[in-house]
Design a protein around this ligand. Sequence first.
Ligand code: 4AD
Length: 456
Amino acid sequence: MKHIDIKDVMNDASYIDKEVTVCGWVRTSRDSKNVAFLEINDGTSLKHLQIVIDKAVMSGYENALRLGTSVCVKGVAVPARQGGAEINATSIEVLGECPLDYPLQKKRHTLEFLRTMPHLRVRTNTFNAVFRVRSVMANTIHTYFQDRGYVYIHTPLITGSDCEGAGEVFRVTTHGFDTEYKDEQEYYANDFFGKKAGLSVSGQLEGEVAAMALGKIYTFGPSFRAENSNTPRHVAEFWHVEPEVAFAELPDIIAIAEDMIKYIIKDILKKCPDELAFFDAHFEKGLLDKLNSLVETDFAVLDYTDAIDILKKADKEFAYPCDWGCDLQTEHERYITEEVFKKPVFIINYPKAIKSFYMKQNPDGKTVAATDLLVPGVGEIIGCSEREADYDKLLSAMKERNMDLDAYTDYLELRKFGSVPHSGFGLGFERILMYVTGISNIRDVILYPRTVGNVR
Ligand code: 4AD
């Protein structure tokens, strides 16, 4: 259909006094004695375009007054009082009628209400802004790595291994529900791959394969976790950015992570000013100040052991008390980053017992060269480590965890044939979106959130 994007009509003065055709969905309507007004939105702009209907010259527009109706409007663009343009309509064609039970009748609905209709909530300003930032940020991330010589690798989504070893793998099977086998072994042997397979929780293990040849790589794709955590920060399907760098130790990868985060935020500040102003006004007061100051701030680096000291001395009751060796809970992470440092914090050198098998074991024999990046408001957005490059140490860490070594032969051989120090991290794409938009529930930064008991 020949038409002009609303964003262009609003911003380009050369359309003024010209006949234009615009399309969109009706967001508001007002019917007065001599004139009727529609505000329409086609998704290209946060601002709606006003359509002015002179009742003396136009009839048959009544159906177009219903919210949600899709219309094609012809008319003349004229300057609007509040800036930009509005359209003096000469004709309105209803493309799709919208009955009165259209749920988006009010100006503002709660995010909880909107979550019940993922197919319609995208038509609101909030989700328009979320998905525009999401799209721009995906491009920003690719640009960051591409400009620095990283190779974009597509790692498999179906795997035979469990990268995080946490048993949160969704199983992939073609067996029907009524098939019966005498034991687990026979069950998997008869399945599509002839062995147990699942959806990848992380592209890291295959990313390391590529980095051991290409030097610097990154992946950017979905990861799947069957975590039974019904929290505002977890989804079962999330998008994962995972760079992997050869000849890099923990401090090197920390510097890369900090640089990348600042680059992303600077770019979004530059490219999405209207969206960020919207989030600042409606979701997190002070968001713009937070983002502007973050790009000028040095992130803190804190040893896990010191973090435990801080938590033990804290003048605060935690629901989960913690001692050396415990995994930090969200409340601990948030206390450290929000109340103590008030800025992003890399916690380094975690106890090896609470971290994954692949992390480089420190000389103290107790900790690993791993770090999580915690940010105020969200908590952990990056999980990062130097990888264990020593064959024997890796093997013993895997044996300690009773891992099925057959599923990791490629991974082990990387340590046999020209092993090098190397490091990488995983950035949760939805987590950084939450940080940048101020949206506090991860379900509201992804089109169709997959969570426990919820798929549609
Ligand atoms: O800390 P994680 O588990 O680290 C890994 O998966 C490593 N293999 C990454 C690597 O070194 N290449 O996950 C990394 C990040 C987390 O910090 C978090 O931001 C995000 O992935 N994440 C989730 N995001 C949303 N929902 C979930 N269920 C998530 N689980 C992890």
